[in-house]
Design a protein around this ligand. Structure first.
Ligand code: ZN
Length: 71
């Protein structure tokens, strides 16, 4: 366990989920919990990409063998 850090002005510091560096978790940081726009963009991009790749329905891979239309 690590004690939560704070800035001299009392703002909470968290670890940026993208790069692991210190990030100010306060209204002064519009990208919180990320440290920067770049890190926030990276995470959103990965998320959107992941969702895009998710099929809406599972393909019928486990159909029984010997489909008469194919045979
Ligand atoms: Zn970062």
């Amino acid at each position: 366990m690590v004690a939560s850090k704070k800035t001299p002005s009392g703002e909470r510091i968290v670890r940026c989920p993208a790069c692991g560096k210190d990030s100010v978790y306060a209204p002064s940081n519009p990208y919180r919990p990320f440290c920067s726009a770049r890190c926030k963009g990276i995470d959103l991009g990965a998320w959107a990409n992941e969702e895009f790749r998710m099929p809406v329905e599972a393909p019928p891979e486990d159909e029984p063998f010997g489909d008469p239309k194919i045979q």
